[in-house]
Design a protein around this ligand. Structure first.
Ligand code: CU
Length: 411
């Protein structure tokens, strides 16, 4: 199939339904280049149509309400009703037009992070273009020269707009579908937020003291699981637009880092890892063969980043017996909640029914087959199974064959 035929197919698709449904667009794209669509779990794939010689996408920058988990809504900013915005998927060599309409309460512009494009398309307000005024639409148009994992984000009042969630993935698939093919291709945008207990709007001026750690603007237990078949070659693309680095750790498998936002890493420069650090403003792509059946944790290894919203300025009570003190203080200050906790560790928090302010998640939560998982934030699960249900039914917890699970031992 040559390029003219490719474009013909795209044009036909556009005729049938301009800005077609995302599944439709994804299928059409799949037929052209036979790539595996990226699953940005919990986030849509951007729709497009073929128009005036380019794949045309339309992003609307706007305030969005995002449910990070049940009982936790956030007033954020994003694109097309979501943060991260929809994932843009194109193919190396494509001519791409991206219309950006500004429905934010202030000017904006969009930068295409990692793409090698003409300077005037780089989206840096004031430097390479005028900021897009409220209510107006600007067109970015360029040819994508290299395949890889990239992102888009605001470059206008960046501290506020990025802190509020103005970001998304831009994936460029290789023109040659035999180049590093995978069976499952996932993407996670890593982000930090400072949202006071009982409130809904992140504080964009916070520099270091964040309390909410998200993947695709979702937190455990709401981050969907990655469900794969034994033997699948799996790719996970991780992008970090938060204010600190995240060492992402996978259990049960060894992976290699195969790419960054600078492109693909040659095979001879890759080495085995089980944790890889994703620096601020960077992308790491990891790949492995899922050859170990079970439920495997995939999480940030900064243990505070696998917790729900918490205050860090609490006193250290480890080893201090103080339940009688708490009772006495509660009597004097009945309007405050005084609890004796932390003397033996914080694990008790996952099971106690502590009254929480509205719109606030517990610090640790989630239950597995064997009890509380005691996690939050950047934590999800890779489920590897020999057989997957035919019709996409949910896959339950892994049931361990007899003799393959840790058990009590009499000393
Ligand atoms: Cu982290």
């Amino acid at each position: 199939m040559n390029r003219r035929q490719l474009f013909g197919l795209s044009a036909l698709t556009a005729l049938m339904s301009s800005y077609s449904q995302k599944a439709h667009a994804a299928n059409a794209t799949n037929k052209q280049s036979r790539y595996t669509s990226v699953q940005t779990l919990g986030v849509a794939t951007a729709e497009w149509r073929y128009h005036n010689g380019a794949k045309e996408f339309h992003l609307t920058a706007e305030p969005v309400k995002r449910q990070f988990a049940e009982g936790f809504m956030v007033n954020a900013w994003g694109y097309n009703g979501s943060t991260p915005g929809p994932t843009i998927e194109v193919v190396e060599g494509d001519r791409v037009r991206i219309l950006v309409t500004n429905h934010l309460p202030e000017k904006t512009c969009v930068h295409w992070h990692g793409l090698i494009i003409p300077n005037g398309m780089d989206g840096v307000g004031g430097l390479t273009q005028a900021h897009i005024p409220v209510g107006e639409t600007y067109a970015y148009e360029f040819t994508v020269q290299y395949s890889g994992t990239f992102m888009y984000h605001s470059h206008s009042d960046e501290m506020v707009q990025v802190a509020m969630g103005s970001m998304g993935f831009l994936i460029v698939h290789p023109k040659n579908s035999n180049f590093r093919p995978v069976d499952k291709d996932y993407a996670f945008m890593l982000m930090s937020w400072d949202i006071d207990a009982g409130t809904y709007t992140p504080k964009p001026h916070t520099m270091t003291e964040f309390n909410t750690w998200s993947m695709n603007s979702l937190v455990f237990p709401a981050i969907p699981h990655m469900v794969v078949k034994t033997g699948d070659r799996v790719r996970i693309r991780l992008a970090n637009l938060s204010m600190t680095n995240h060492p992402l750790h996978l259990h049960g498998h060894r992976f290699t880092v195969t790419g960054t936002d600078g492109g693909w890493i040659p095979e001879q420069a890759q080495w085995p890892e089980v944790t890889t650090d994703v620096p601020v403003g960077a992308i790491r792509v990891l790949e492995f063969v899922a050859d170990n059946v079970g439920d495997w944790s995939f999480h940030c290894h900064k243990s505070h980043h696998t917790m729900g919203a918490m205050g860090h300025n609490m006193r250290n009570m480890l080893g201090v017996k103080h339940d009688d003190v708490a009772e006495a203080i509660q009597k004097i200050m009945p309007e405050n909640m005084v609890m004796a906790m932390g003397a033996t560790g914080m694990g008790e928090m996952s099971t106690m029914s502590m009254p929480l302010p509205e719109n606030t998640l517990p610090m640790m939560t989630g239950n597995g087959l064997y009890g509380p998982i005691e996690m939050g934030g950047m934590f999800t699960v890779l489920k590897v199974r020999d057989n997957l249900p035919k019709h996409g039914e949910a896959v339950g917890w892994y049931e361990h064959p007899t003799g393959t699970i840790a058990k009590p031992y009499k000393m």
